[in-house]
Design a protein around this ligand. Sequence first.
Ligand SMILES: NC(=O)c1ccc[n+]([C@@H]2O[C@H](COP(=O)([O-])OP(=O)(O)OC[C@H]3O[C@@H](n4cnc5c(N)ncnc54)[C@H](OP(=O)(O)O)[C@@H]3O)[C@@H](O)[C@H]2O)c1
Length: 346
Amino acid sequence: MFATGCDNALSVMALKYNHDLTKRSDRVLVLGATGTIGRATTAALVRRGYDVTCVTRPGAGTPDQQINLPGAEVVEADVTESTSLYRTVFANASFDAVISCLASRNGAPNDAVAIDHHATVGAINAAKAAGVANFVLLSAICVQKPRLAFQHAKLAAEQALVASGLTYSIVRPTAYFKSLSGQIARVQRGKPYLLFGDGELTACTAISDRDLGEYLASCLADPMLQNRILPIGGPGPALTPRAQGEHLFSLLGRRPSFKHVPVGMMRGIVGALGAASRVLPPLSAKAEFARIGLYYATESMLVLDPETGRYDRDATPSTGHDTLFDYYAAVINGDTTVERGEHSVF
Ligand SMILES: NC(=O)c1ccc[n+]([C@@H]2O[C@H](COP(=O)([O-])OP(=O)(O)OC[C@H]3O[C@@H](n4cnc5c(N)ncnc54)[C@H](OP(=O)(O)O)[C@@H]3O)[C@@H](O)[C@H]2O)c1
């Protein structure tokens, strides 16, 4: 399912173009630079003085689109076509490193295979054919317990990177602030905070975009972060959904009010949609979204202890300074807005 078979075509192209493989210092190519973490990583690289080139979709630079990647050069290429990526990007410039923040925008099975696996492996192969030394891959901590299509796609891409022979850093972050902020607006409108079960089923040490961008950028220069799989979270204790809700109410000066969604009901919906999708294949994306919801309702975003099968905050490394609760306060004060993606749980 995950074989791409484009290595030979790329090797031939590398010879045919015979471009200058002499590396200039510190040139970094960022894929997925228009996403939440891609933007933060690009900003971190620019701050650190790297010479940054970002790849965007063909046509993304039209006037109605907001590319806005200050300090970086932007080139257009179709990442789903690795020969196009090679021809339009790698054949025209040499890079010391690639950071891929590419991700399926919605986690639907077909899109996950196309982006989280095929496009990512295509980029790894193109980078290798072009003589790039380092490849940093943004993955996700949830691949340690893979049940969803996008998790299998990401794991297969991780394995391809390890097998590539490139110096690699595979970064597996915990939860992003945007994914834990979807209820701020509904609570501000006076509605109760939704909890799965009692709200204590899961916990995470959320990481900010800025702290994760800095961490990804630091993988280029820190040998301790190379040839490793790196689970990473933000600072502070692991927070349950209930603790997140309680803090939100305290920031708003209101008494906590929760509405509980039974996990059994979610399991029932997942089962029913799964069965229906076997008869009606167009329902399969909906069934997968329900599985994604159930997964995040019941699995913590922390390092999983393989011996006990339990999630372990103490085994989950932390980086950075930004806290989820400071972010909630900033959103409520109007100092920042939540840029929600399609990966968000609520
Ligand atoms: N949300 C969480 O809490 C969480 C936690 C841990 C890990 N993660 C993982 O982190 C990763 C990145 O998250 P993110 O929020 O930064 O992602 P995002 O905002 O959705 O950005 C995805 C990036 O990939 C690009 N992309 C997607 N499909 C493409 C296509 N067909 N052609 C070209 N480019 C395409 C997007 O380009 P366009 O702008 O052109 O669409 C964008 O630059 C995901 O893999 C996610 O699983 C998420």
